[in-house]
Design a protein around this ligand. Structure first.
Ligand code: DOR
Ligand code: ZN
Length: 352
């Protein structure tokens, strides 16, 4: 006898950290495939990063990207603007078209590295009602925190992988700095021990850390504001050649609901970090008519069943509990029973 699995409803999830690669690297992903992956993963709004092959550091490129997204997206989408310290005069025009400003203080895909000498000037120039997001690893976290002092500007530290960084963020928060932080599912559900098995598919920046680091993240969930997937697809060929990054939009929610079943996290914490906090911190509109429905049944994540164009996941073969069965935006069903119902162009670009 088969019993029907329980269906739960969650508010539409928001992922403030994805790389949809459009325009320029659509062999990895594009706005249609990436936002389809979002819907299939229960996400109704995503915010895309500026490290395209031509970085989004001019208003012209930002406008082009918004136009393209408006034609191709099936879910809500916004954009973080970028800076290498030489485009401060564009901030006034770019900020109202952006969700935040992303700065890379460590090397990353695209080689898009900011000299820390520019940091203070950028903090001062970007409007204070919009967040600056940082890619900072252990070697630059102290400089980043130091540079925020006395400025009263919101800063979000992306994808914290380790005890060392989270401890420093907790201290900075306690000292009164307006700092928030995010953690990626891969740092919660994988460690450096998994790299033996995953090979290049276990490589991303920041890299996977030790079990002790992982444990520290789980023990300090209340200090983590946001879960962000850092959905960073690359083709098999590019991974074989050493590209860093893993997709995450379709695996984040099932992994978290599985952790809930195991008693590691509560439903309230999942909603807070995947919906309420991202909406509040990044001023992303929400609605009671925007939600996702998840069947609490067990299934196996497989590379074959993904919408992301890259066609693989580091969690391939993993059994999880929590299958997204329906995703609704503003009352319109956009994804149901494994099929995308929305058509390209239905997704709203924000800020509108
Ligand atoms: O692993 C990563 N991949 N880390 C980043 O910072 C960038 C991302 C990408 O764009 O591939
Ligand atoms: Zn990223």
């Amino acid at each position: 006898m088969t019993s029907k699995a329980k269906i739960i409803r969650l508010p539409g999830l928001i992922d403030i950290h994805v790389h949809l690669r459009d325009p320029g690297q659509t062999q990895k992903e594009d706005f249609t495939s990436g936002t389809s992956a979002a819907l299939a993963g229960g996400f109704t709004t995503v915010v895309d990063m500026p490290n395209n092959s031509e970085p989004i550091t001019t208003v012209e490129r930002l406008l082009q990207k918004r136009d393209l997204a408006q034609q191709k997206s099936v879910a809500g989408i916004g954009f973080h603007y970028g800076s290498l310290g030489d485009n401060l005069e564009t901030f006034e025009e770019a900020a109202p078209l952006s969700i935040g400003l992303k700065l890379y203080l460590n090397n990353t895909t695209g080689g898009y590295l900011l000299d820390v000498a520019y940091l203070k000037k950028i903090y001062a120039a970007w409007p204070k009602d919009k967040v600056v997001l940082l890619h900072v690893e252990e070697d630059v976290i102290d400089i980043a925190i130091e540079s925020m002092k006395n400025l009263k500007r919101p800063v979000h530290v992306c994808h914290m992988p380790s005890k060392e960084i989270l401890e420093k963020i907790i201290n900075a928060k306690q000292s009164g700095l307006p700092i928030t932080c995010g953690v990626c599912p891969h740092h919660l559900f994988l460690t450096n021990e998994d790299v033996d098995k995953l090979g290049n598919y276990g490589r991303m920046l920041p890299s996977l850390k030790t079990r002790e680091d992982q444990q520290y993240l789980w023990e300090h969930l209340d200090d983590i504001d946001i879960f962000e997937s850092d959905h960073a697809p690359h083709t098999h060929q590019e991974k074989a050649e050493g590209a860093h990054g893993v997709p995450g939009l379709e695996t984040t929610l099932p992994l978290l609901l599985t952790a809930e079943k195991e008693g590691k996290i509560t439903r309230e914490q999942i909603i807070e970090k995947c919906h309420t906090n991202p909406a509040r911190i990044f001023s992303i509109p929400t609605s009671d008519r925007t939600y996702t429905e998840v069947s609490l049944e067990e299934y196996t994540i497989t590379n074959e069943n993904l919408f992301t164009k890259c066609g693989w996941s580091p969690f391939d073969g993993q059994k999880v509990t929590g299958k997204v069965v329906k995703t609704v935006i503003n009352g319109k069903t956009c994804f149901e029973n494994g099929k995308i119902i929305a058509t390209p162009g239905d997704g709203l670009v924000i800020p509108s």
